[in-house]
Design a protein around this ligand. Sequence first.
Ligand SMILES: Cc1cc2nc3c(=O)[nH]c(=O)nc-3n(C[C@H](O)[C@H](O)[C@H](O)COP(=O)(O)OP(=O)(O)OC[C@H]3O[C@@H](n4cnc5c(N)ncnc54)[C@H](O)[C@@H]3O)c2cc1C
Length: 380
Amino acid sequence: MHRFWPEELVALRDTTRRFAEAEVLPRAAAIDAEDVFDRDLYRKMASLGLFGVALREAAGGAGLGAIGACIAMEELARCSGAIGNAFAIPVEAALFLDQHGNERQQQLIPGILAGEIIPATAVTEPEHGSDVAGLRTTARRDAEGWVLEGSKAWVTLGGVVDALMVFARTGTEGGHRAISCLLLDGKAPGILRGKNEELLGMHGLADCSITLDGVRAPADAVVGPENGAFKMAMANFNFSRLLMSAMALGMARAAFEDAVSYARQRKQFGGPIIGHQAVQFMLADMSTEIDASRLLIHHACRLYDAGLPIAKEAAQAKLFTTDMATRNVSNALQIHGGNGYSRAYRVERLYRDVRLAQIYEGTNQIQRMIIARQVEKEMG
Ligand SMILES: Cc1cc2nc3c(=O)[nH]c(=O)nc-3n(C[C@H](O)[C@H](O)[C@H](O)COP(=O)(O)OP(=O)(O)OC[C@H]3O[C@@H](n4cnc5c(N)ncnc54)[C@H](O)[C@@H]3O)c2cc1C
């Protein structure tokens, strides 16, 4: 497939792969075991220029679009799902601020690209996950600026955040119309972080709840139009869903590679298990579905990079790829037999890490609802 890629995308893939194999892979098991954010590795990704991969050149990026970001993501997540996940956060934040931020907010972009300013986004609340329009956190205007009150849940990199984008209700209207995004100093008084969540997988991302207790923000803290953040969030989800798809794809590829090499060396009934048709068929399905997923992701990326709407295509890529990856990582574990159930083999970590992809950036039930809605529109 890559034979048809332009030279700069092949170069990006090769550079990211070399970096991931040399720097990420040797750290992946320890990040999982220690569950501590690896700031050094985060900065190394930044110094390779990876956080600006999708950003336009005039804004300090590499201008390689969504397709560049997904190619880099696949290589990083192949070596560590958690590091792939960490990569997504600054890539999305830089794009979001470039597209919607005011002059003061855009001054943060160079620091984000350099890995010096760690961003995080807080949309989800303990009582409102899929139903984003129902969120309850409030930002109230007074003479000096904004005052925020509320509770946010599951903030990836929340424990180490420097620049926090909070989605809050800024008007009296209910539903999606009165929601704004406010950019806060992550260390501002009144930002109270919960302890890091104890998660099944994706360790080392300092994921935590955040309580906003009378947090003050300047008058120009709103990113984009006041009361217009719901629409911006939905548009942003299209991009982030492509990244999540590529993250799941990278993990599926890692599991496939491990399964092939295990099946070649593991002998039962007098020969390597790769000689059994049941194993061959699992590998054949994995290989086919991995390639199909990449085509689906890259197709949606090309539409996005051409400025075309991708609500259906992004949801399809996310649904298909993350279901595919969850199933195939499980099959790869099956090929490892009892060893697959042991921490001694990487597939055990992949099995835990990959499960998140069906849940976040919109669950796969929500992706089906989006696809159904778009299909209905298309059918008139
Ligand atoms: C590790 C981790 C990291 C995260 N990082 C972030 C982050 O950085 N920032 C952030 O804002 N959020 C983050 N999230 C939150 C994540 O986006 C939400 O968990 C996700 O959107 C689902 O919301 P929920 O957990 O409240 O589930 P719910 O919305 O309560 O859903 C529960 C179940 O009901 C189903 N369901 C809900 N509504 C419908 C419906 N209308 N039709 C059919 N089925 C439905 C869902 O599909 C799901 O199966 C993170 C979550 C996790 C676990």
